[in-house]
Each structure stands twice: as C-alpha cells, then as structure tokens.
Write a protein that binds this ligand. Sequence first.
Ligand code: PEP
Length: 253
Amino acid sequence: MSVARTPLVAGNWKMHKTVTEAEEFIQGLLPRVSTSEGVEVAICPAFTALQAMVDSTRGSRVQVFAQTMHQAGHGAFTGEVSAAMLTELDVHGVILGHSERRELFGETDKALALKVPAALEAGLVPILCVGETDEERERGDTERKLRHQIQEGLSKVQAAEIPRVVIAYEPIWAIGTGKVASVEQAQEAAGFIRALVADRSAEQAEHVRVLYGGSVKAQNARELLALPDVDGALVGGASLEAESFAAIVAAAG
Ligand code: PEP
C-alpha cells in the first residue's frame, strides 16, 4: 500500500537577506502561497532573521527552519547555536549537513550522527542533506557515498523517529550551478535513499520525505516534484525571490 507524503518545499537563503530584506520578501510570499493546498512551505533564513521571520509567519502556512545547529546542548563553541536556542524562538526545523557546511566548515558525518537525534529530541524537524560530487558520480561512487551519509546520519535515530527526518538529496554538482539532475538521476537517487532507510525499517521508509535539491527553478520543478520518490524540494537561488519561490510551491501542490 502506498503512503501519501505531504511534499515540503524549503527555501535555503544561505547568507542572504538582512532582517529588512527578509521582511520585504515575506510580505511578498505570504499572499502568493496562502491558497497552495497539500504542500508544506518553509524558509531557512540566517540566524539573525529567524525571530523576525517566526513572528511574521505566525498563523500562516510558512514554517521557519534554521540552516545549521550544534549537537551539544551548550558549551564553549563560539559562533554556534544549540537546538534549545532554536526551539525557544519557535523555529520549526533545521537544515543539517548542507554540502556547503560540510565542504567549507568541516561538518562531518560523525557530528551529523549526533545532530540529527539532538534536533529530533528538541522537537525540531531535521532536513539531512546528502549528495555526491561530480567526481564521485563519474567514478560510479554515488551509491557508496549516499549509503555512508544516510547510515551515519540516521545511526543514532530510533526507528520510530525516522519518519520525522526529512532527507534532501542534493548532488553537489547541481547546487548553484544551473546544472539540474535529470529526472532519471533524481528518481534513481531518491529511490535508493528510500531503500537505504528501508534497511533500518521498511515501514518507516514509506513515511520519510525525500527532497531533491540542486538548481530547482519554476521551469523544472513540476517534473522533478512529480517523481514517485521525490517529496519536495530544497531550493537555493530560486528561493530568494518571492515570485519564483511561490511558483515552485505551486508546482508541488
Ligand atoms: C541549496 O543550496 O541547497 C541549493 C539547492 O541551491 P540551488 O537551488 O541554488 O542549486
């Protein structure tokens, strides 16, 4: 029996938008997505704009996610924030293991194995990002890389909690490059990810949402979001303008 999964379209703003710019964006987005049915919508602002966006989206269909967090509850970790600091703001979830965090800031699978359960325990929805580089795909190492990242990322998550984890398949060669994965590549990877989750629990794997991320635009969203194992999108560049982001949301509904 197939399980209905509500698609999630999340906009990763990265290091874009001051509070003023975020407010301007959200005033443009809210009316555009107010009637989109059957899809969850999230924005992922910088830490500095989280509180303002939580306040401005209260009572709307738009959720607010952070872009990263530390695994520890507190401590001498200059520049980091904890799960409790996010939940106190009423943040809904957090992106974990984005390839830019992995590549530029040394985030490891070992740390992510702690971050995912820490987020869940605090009541946050984690979006765990996984994906291969161009060279890994060329070498035929895509599945090995995804297996490692998924197994590590979920290693300390109780089986019953697995459906609360969202997994984003983001081929690194497609992020910010305009080079989108083909529908075959996206479906193959998303299906493989679901099969990896099924190794932990076949039943829970049916409930896990797998997003595609990597140069999603209004023009290519519909075919990607229609794939059987793709349950939404993690959007970078095209989430910075209310109009293009709303068009992607509409394609998911
Ligand atoms: C991302 O950063 O998660 C991303 C998918 O970026 P873009 O949509 O710009 O490729």
